[in-house]
Design a protein around this ligand. Structure first.
Ligand SMILES: [Fe+2]
Ligand SMILES: [Fe+2]
Length: 199
């Protein structure tokens, strides 16, 4: 795949799929996805993974906000946060690695005019992973300060972690919407079998 992303098309710059990639989405908008005959097991499974990531993201965000706003104490936060954070990151890593190594290459070769969309999605993954690294470094700092009872510093660390975590989740959600808006209309148009998905 090439690295020819136009400046305004980067995940943190754009709002929705670029117009040039929306032809099939115009033809098959979200309203017609439900129950579409061309969306088989593979599509249902893949959309289900996105739902799972959204649920994980929401539950992570919830516990971080609760702690930031003083609604839960250190002990409760430490019971809930590390597990939710690690689970979200590991699910995200494995989902993206399946997409980068299996799904995108299959679709890329048969997507014709929509190839640029896959360059874009791949670049989204890089941006999300850089944000995950920042988020992980701040999470480690946060946990360390909680364990060492550095309450004077904690107030600032939870603020910055919460902002970074919100940013990560926002990027992820925007990416998943655009990814679905690119891939699902392609699958509806050509059928899962043309891509040999799920084999
Ligand atoms: Fe993705
Ligand atoms: Fe995805």
């Amino acid at each position: 795949m090439s690295n020819n992303i136009k400046n305004n098309d980067y995940l943190n710059e754009r709002s929705g799929l670029p117009k040039s990639l929306q032809d099939l989405l115009d033809k098959y908008p979200r309203e017609v996805w439900d129950g579409n005959i061309n969306l088989g097991n593979w599509s249902q499974f893949w959309l289900g993974r996105h739902e799972l990531l959204r649920e994980l993201g929401n539950s992570l965000k919830y516990v971080v906000h609760q702690y930031r706003d003083g609604m839960i104490a250190d002990k409760k936060f430490m019971e809930l946060f590390p597990e939710r954070f690690n689970l979200t990151l590991s699910q995200l890593h494995s989902h993206h690695s399946v997409e980068d190594n299996h799904i995108f290459p299959i679709l890329y070769n048969k997507s014709g005019a929509f190839r640029y969309g896959f360059d874009l999605l791949e670049s989204d993954h890089e941006i999300i992973h850089n944000t995950m690294d920042n988020s992980l470094a701040l999470a480690q700092k946060l946990v360390n300060e909680i364990e060492n009872k550095k309450h004077d510093k904690l107030k600032y660390t939870i603020e910055s972690f919460s902002k970074e975590n919100d940013f990560l989740i926002k990027l992820l959600y925007n990416h998943m919407i655009d990814e679905e808006d690119l891939i699902i209309p392609l699958v509806i148009d050509r059928g899962e079998s043309i891509f040999g998905l799920g084999h």
